[in-house]
Design a protein around this ligand. Structure first.
Ligand code: HEM
Length: 178
């Protein structure tokens, strides 16, 4: 199963009927604005959002809980802060690409596998659905899908580099930032 299938099942289904997918396409300016505006709405309740995210994540895959060794509230703040930085820089991702790759490399060290990025994708989308309610429109879902795909793709590329080669289940098809 691909990130596309998990994050955007309707589009993935339609693409299997001959329509092109958005895999590998850069985010449009409108999508960047959608993600930035919706993230700004979540920032005042960032701690609660992070808590909801981890709850979702550990329901989806309880085994992942043991990878998190430090205080989860503090970890949640780091996650939201990193997401905030990335989202603020969607127009100049090349400036943060090295940091995102390093982050991916560190994640390999935490024991994170490429498949775990799919689980996190599902937890993130579920959190956004709960957090934004009816404001989480199909267009917003698609924008977040692109955003996560870009970040996760870059992190996995960083993880592959620090492992010394491409990960077997994440070949070169993973989109880069540009
Ligand atoms: C867009 C994707 C992600 C972002 C922005 C992100 C962000 C972060 C940040 C900022 C940290 C703090 C430590 C550091 O900077 O090295 C962290 C730690 C961590 N993340 Fe992620 N992460 C992402 C995806 C994932 C995924 C897919 C997993 C898989 C389960 C994961 C599991 C962890 C774990 C286990 C730690 C260490 C926690 C600890 O030390 O207790 N992350 N993440």
């Amino acid at each position: 199963m691909t990130l596309q299938t998990i994050l955007d099942p309707e589009r993935a289904a339609s693409s299997s009927h001959g329509r092109p997918t958005e895999d590998g396409r850069p985010m449009t300016p409108a999508q960047k604005q959608l993600v930035q505006a919706s993230f700004a709405r979540l920032v005042p309740s960032a701690d609660a959002v992070a808590e909801m995210f981890y709850r979702e994540l550990f329901v989806l895959d309880p085994v992942l809980r043991k990878l998190f060794k430090s205080d989860l509230a503090e970890q949640g703040r780091k996650l939201m802060s990193m997401l905030g930085t990335a989202i603020a820089n969607l127009d100049r991702l090349e400036s943060i690409a090295p940091a995102v790759r390093d982050l991916g490399c560190r994640h390999a060290g935490y024991g994170v596998k490429p498949a775990d990025y799919e689980t996190v994708a599902r937890a993130l989308i579920a959190t956004l659905e709960h957090g934004l309610g009816s404001d989480f429109t199909p267009a917003l879902r698609e924008a977040w899908t692109s955003c996560y795909r870009v970040l996760a793709g870059e992190m996995m590329a960083g993880a592959s580099e620090c492992r010394g080669g491409p990960a077997p289940s994440e070949p070169a098809a993973q989109p880069g930032l540009y």
